[in-house]
Design a protein around this ligand. Sequence first.
Ligand SMILES: Cc1ncc(C[n+]2csc(CCOP(=O)(O)OP(=O)(O)O)c2C)c(N)n1
Length: 369
Amino acid sequence: MTKGLDILNFKQQMEAQDQEFPTLEVLNNEGMLVDEELFNASGITDEDLVRLMERMVKQYVLNERSVKLAKQGRLGFVAPTRGQEASQSATSFAFTDEDYLMPGYRDIPQMIHKGFPIYKAFLWSRGHYEGNEMDDVKTWFPQIIIGAQFVEAAGIGLGMRKRGKKSVAYTYTGDGGSSQGDTYEGMNFAGAYKANVVFIIQNNGFAISTPRELQTSAPHLAAKGWGAGIPSIVVDGMDALASYIAAKVAREWAVEGNGPVLIETLTDRLEPHSMSGDDPLRYRSQESIDEWYKKDPLIRMRIFLEGRGLWSEEIEAKFTETVNNEIDEAVKKADNIHKQKVSDFIQTTFEVPSFVMQEQIDKFIKEGK
Ligand SMILES: Cc1ncc(C[n+]2csc(CCOP(=O)(O)OP(=O)(O)O)c2C)c(N)n1
């Protein structure tokens, strides 16, 4: 039995917190398996490995092109994703089309992997209302209010549970988002009602210029899930295999009606917060960025897959060309879309407009706007 003196030993408890969340790792920096047992148990096939790599390369190319288009003034809001290919694309590979994605503003790649057309993502970036129309793709337009998507995912996951669906809602926020009330509320509600949700906190080191150390004194963001009574883990977010396997096992747990899971991915945003004027060198050193480049998730997977005869420079070049062609087409389509009217935008804000909004819609339509 624990002695009172032990319970009141706060220093000991602080140290214990630090040790409670070991990092899940499967593939190391050198592209070698460090947990062969878990890799084998995951049941991942060679074909899965190739599809997983393709998703990450697609994210890489999409980011490269989006950043360029933003610099040319041809897109509106763009949040770079370089460095987060495993944390975003590899985790998303664990989910099915029937699962519901609730993205934040940086999570465009996961939406596209789910079938959201690239030209619509560009329209969203430009603030065109057609970029908010998801059609049959089970996702929603990216949240700008950080953490709000955790509450929405809790509601969707509860609906799935009540209807006995074998699907989940999955959602992403950042280390900054993890400090928001909505994040706690969403996890707490989902935990209490055992909603089918996988929550992912992408700890990419910074919330714009605020470093992770100033975000919270909790040694692990995953610890926040324990407050809601849900299983919570820390994963190497630069390791595509660990990220994928963690999400897959979390999904299986939630689908079985056991309630939500929280995953904290340790990753880095290697580029600016957004393309709207952020300069990371004002709040972090180039050396710290270079250190994270050594953990590049793409390089690890390239080495691993090449060693298995599943990938090569030629395959990657060919795949990159396909993605670039798809993006060229998407740019053309987005450029040729009809000009948005003010009335279009207001009309698509609510399913049933309020009285005041209807008045505005009528006024703008009358004026041809
Ligand atoms: C509720 C709310 N507060 C403040 C902001 C302004 N804001 C936009 S992005 C951001 C930083 C978020 O950082 P993080 O959650 O770590 O995600 P990252 O951008 O690093 O992916 C902040 C504070 C916001 N969008 N929503």
